[in-house]
Design a protein around this ligand. Sequence first.
Ligand code: NAI
Ligand code: MG
Length: 334
Amino acid sequence: MTYKICLLAGDGIGPEVINSAEQVLSALPIAWDFIHASMGYAAYQQYGTPLPDFTLDEMRNAHATLLGAVTTPPGIPNYFSPVVRFRQELDLFANIRPCQTLPHPSSQPGIDLIIVRENTEGLYAGVERVDEDKERAVTERIITRHASEQVIRKAFDLARSENRSKVTLVHKANVLRQTCGLFREVGQGIATDYPDTEFEEMLVDNCAMQLIRAPEQFDVIVTTNLFGDILSDEASMLVGGLGVAYSGNIGQDVAVFEPVHGSAPDIVGKNQANPIATLFATAMMLDHLKEAEYAEKIRKAIFSCMEAGEVPQDLGGSQTTTETTQKIINRLDI
Ligand code: NAI
Ligand code: MG
């Protein structure tokens, strides 16, 4: 079996962290067919679009995709976010962001939660307009029964498959009565299909506070697009921040894994980028490919480097990107 993996290096430090992932994957006794494709500002400069159709085709045809990061160039009218767009085009309806205590001083103890965020609609549906006099702008928030069902069911299935006991549905239905009302109603219905899993609801502002106050109370959180975007960045800071935060975009047949951070123009080309977020995303991809044994080996190697303090500058160490990558490979235990 050879896995076909689409690698989207993107912009800025994207190529540096994707190179790290390619090296780690190549060190495993698994056959890979890496397809390098273009996305982001570099793609725009070369092809006139940040998301060429042939890139979408490669993503559809691959067993999985790994994305580095893209730059959003200022001041180009009609430029669009290729990340938001591919999530919609490929119907990657769930964005899954695990958040676990890491063996590192910047990580709080006792945290083991997963945020499952609706990934294709809500306030990010892209339905926006501004009045001619520019005195009023409107963004429509779209919540459908179908997308809500898909993402909430995914959260419950994940809870079941990972032996997790609780799903917290986060909303603001007291104010957003129609949109959050529908999301909540769908969740209440699905919860009855999973009697073994505890179901609770929480208002989003309270959830933002509870994540700081007592993050260990959470297990699986499921929520709408914008709320999930904000809460998952907040949660990532509890366990070490951007250098370690990662996510998976999951659809029925297609999956794209990525670090949470952006293209970090301030450190590009300096061999300073922390590759660990991308390597955690790589491990998540291996889990998705049912290569859990090797996913675990990557995570163990990362933990071991963290315990030894062999980490890049953003985590208080002094390792370069290439040194960190090599030390993780050395600890792979293959
Ligand atoms: P950023 O995540 O690129 O950087 C924020 C800060 O964190 C910077 O100081 C950067 O040096 C540091 N940082 C980020 N990743 C790091 C890593 N792996 N190792 C060490 N330090 C790291 O966010 P920023 O500066 O707001 O955005 C820069 C560009 O990235 C913008 O064009 C933005 O639109 C884009 N972006 C892209 C994302 C994506 O591709 N998914 C996500 C977020 C931003
Ligand atoms: Mg975000």
